[in-house]
Design a protein around this ligand. Structure first.
Ligand SMILES: Nc1ncnc2c1ncn2[C@@H]1O[C@H](COP(=O)(O)OP(=O)(O)O)[C@@H](O)[C@H]1O
Ligand SMILES: [Mg+2]
Length: 213
């Protein structure tokens, strides 16, 4: 499903990822671990075709993410580590997300409420003016409302309160998630231990551990 082959990525001559080769099969739940700065987010950005690697390539269902990005990413829902500074109001964002992601606005609102966030009460507020945790809850709510085959979460619970972390764990563990391919970056191994089927650890841009659990 996701094939990463011989991937190198450098910034300003400094090698950040080195010879990464990983095949992620349909239905796997992969947790990426590693110190701050190990290269986890960079790898995800390469996987999404946002960074162009210096060597190697990534394909999703056979589509190269550089070159056939739309086809490669069609079935992927992604929640970034740092929410982008979106100027849309929540209403506008939901409309946009529902159109692009083929999901219902009601479902997004329902998910937000589940996270304890009343989107209706903030509907005229610009997304970038929400708190860090609120932004994360909104982006996660959008991701879960899409019927994506692949879900990628970069430190999704880092900014969440206890309610939010609990809800995330329940959503990710729901029966309808079973067939999905899920990639997490998280430092909270214990939160995801019942779901994760594989642990990959990066250190200094290399895979130093790859275990089925
Ligand atoms: N756009 C960029 N430009 C320059 N350096 C970057 C960029 N993105 C990431 N890096 C560097 O790559 C290294 C790995 O960062 P990152 O992948 O974000 O680590 P993490 O494992 O914590 O997610 C860091 O040294 C970071 O400064
Ligand atoms: Mg990161």
């Amino acid at each position: 499903m996701i094939d990463i082959l011989n991937l190198d990525k450098s910034f300003s001559g400094q090698k950040i990822l080195s010879g990464i080769t990983l095949n992620i099969a349909e239905g796997e739940k992969v947790l990426f671990l590693g110190h701050n700065g190990a290269g986890k987010t960079t790898l995800i950005r390469c996987l999404l075709g946002e960074y162009r690697p210096n060597r190697g390539k990534v394909t999703v269902n056979g589509h190269p993410v550089i070159g056939e990005r739309v086809a490669a990413l069609r079935q992927i829902a992604f929640v970034p580590q740092l929410p982008p500074p979106i100027r849309f109001t929540l209403n506008e964002l939901f409309e946009y997300a529902a159109k692009i992601g083929h999901c219902s606005i009601d479902k997004i609102k329902e998910n937000s409420l589940y996270f304890g966030l009343d989107a209706e009460a903030h509907k005229h507020k610009a997304f970038y003016k929400l708190s860090g945790g609120m932004k994360q809850k909104i982006l996660i709510s959008i991701a879960f409302s899409r019927n994506a085959d692949v879900m990628i979460f970069d430190e999704p619970t880092a900014n969440l309160d206890a309610v939010g972390r609990d809800c995330f764990r329940k959503l990710i563990g729901a029966p309808e998630m079973r067939g999905k391919t899920i990639v997490f970056i998280s430092h909270r191994l214990e939160e995801l231990s019942s779901i994760v089927t594989r642990v990959v650890e990066l250190d200094l841009g290399e895979v130093v551990r790859d275990e089925r659990v």
